[in-house]
Ligand binder design. Structure first.
Ligand SMILES: Nc1ncnc2c1ncn2[C@@H]1O[C@H](COP(=O)(O)OP(=O)(O)O)[C@@H](O)[C@H]1O
Ligand SMILES: [Mg+2]
Length: 356
């Protein structure tokens, strides 16, 4: 079973909870037309980790992050950041965090540096501190000469790095990013991943939302999968996948002369401890596909098959993915959920973006 939503969960041992969202509800519009974006969302983010919020478009990620960053009020629920009640003391919470929104409208006339300087003034950084910080961020984000070019000429990757720099200018304890790599090329994406890892290892707590499975899988220490405004699974990527059990194993023994022989081997395998399912793949000379509990089962099977004079000559193994976790909890894949939302909203561009 998937580790279920963690209502009332305590923080991880040895680490305090930096963020605690409890029972968040938020709808847009009224009456029959109301859209329920959050439906009792609970989230605990421990201090110092890189935390992923994974869910299809429309799941409520942006709404949750905007509420956390005090840009939107919930209909119900509580928000605490570092023990501060964000609804009562929004200014204090804003000082602790940097927010990088999904869509940022940046000035096209100013250069990147000018924009950061302006931002520094908004945070009341004194001039020398501001310049020192900009130099640090230039280095961290590999901003190069283009920091002195007008933002209007920036590529998506450059713009994203500037957004990041601007969220990091006041050295916040918590960095919140909404879909930080949507639409970016692979190189820019990997620069951003690297920077986020670096930030986290130097003590910044990072919370990011994404609808990219592989992004959350590769980056996050812990994650919450959200769907229809609720957390449906929570844990580390490895724990969530392990909880599903069942490595997928494709195993080939010599080609069987006929279906009867394949069926005989299928029965033999099915009786083995730790084997959950055996499917005969008739298309490929009767190979066998198995779902097994763990690696030990594969080793045992090798021995048993060798004893039955059926030595294994090919074996491919794949771990369950986060999509399997999502599937288990919701009954559909993340990709299907994305397509359903894109279909109901229409814009072709959106659908294209979601297809990877
Ligand atoms: N300003 C808004 N007005 C009306 N509906 C909205 C608004 N913002 C979001 N929604 C709806 O709320 C739901 C959650 O949206 P959102 O929080 O943006 O999800 P996500 O970021 O996971 O894609 C979706 O059904 C979305 O269409
Ligand atoms: Mg969003």
């Amino acid at each position: 079973m998937v580790e279920q939503a963690h209502s009332g969960a305590s923080p991880l041992p040895g680490s305090e909870a930096l963020i605690q969202l409890r029972d968040l509800h938020r709808s847009y519009g009224r009456g029959d037309r109301a859209v329920r974006a959050l439906d009792g969302l609970d989230l605990t983010v421990p201090s110092g980790c890189l935390y992923g919020l994974l869910g299809p478009n429309g799941a409520g990620k942006t709404t949750a992050l905007r509420i956390l960053c005090t840009l939107l009020a919930p209909d119900r629920g509580t928000v605490q950041v570092a023990g501060i009640d964000a609804l009562a003391e929004p200014r204090a919470v804003r000082r602790l965090l940097g927010y990088v929104a999904q869509e940022v409208a940046i000035d096209k006339i100013l250069t990147g540096r000018e924009l950061l300087q302006l931002q520094g003034d908004l945070y009341h950084l004194d001039r020398s501190k501001r310049e020192r910080r900009i130099a640090e961020l230039e280095e961290l984000l590999g901003m190069g000469d283009w920091i002195d070019r007008r933002c209007g000429s920036y590529s998506g990757g450059m713009r994203r790095r500037l957004d990041l720099a601007s969220g990091l200018l006041h050295s916040p304890r918590l960095l919140v990013l909404d879909e930080p790599t949507v639409g970016l090329d692979i190189e820019s994406r990997s620069v951003i991943w690297q920077v986020l890892r670096q930030l986290c290892s130097s003590g910044t707590t990072v919370l990011l939302s994404s609808h990219y499975l592989e992004e959350v899988d590769a980056l996050a220490d812990r994650l919450a999968i959200i769907d229809a405004g609720k957390v449906i699974a929570e844990g580390s990527p490895a724990t969530l996948k392990q909880a599903l059990g069942g490595d997928r194993v494709t195993l080939r023994v010599r080609e069987f002369s006929d279906a009867a022989e394949a069926a005989r081997v299928q029965t033999l395998l099915q009786a083995c401890q730790g084997v959950r399912q055996v499917v005969v793949n008739q298309a490929q000379g009767f190979s066998l596909n198995l779902v097994v509990d763990d690696q030990n089962v594969v080793e045992r099977l090798r021995r048993q098959l060798a004893e039955a004079e059926l030595p294994v000559f090919a074996l491919a193994q794949s771990r369950p993915s986060l999509d399997d976790v999502y599937l288990q909890a919701t009954g559909r894949t993340l990709m299907d959920a994305e397509l359903a939302v894109a279909g109901s909203r229409d814009p072709k561009a959106e659908r294209k973006q979601n297809m990877r």
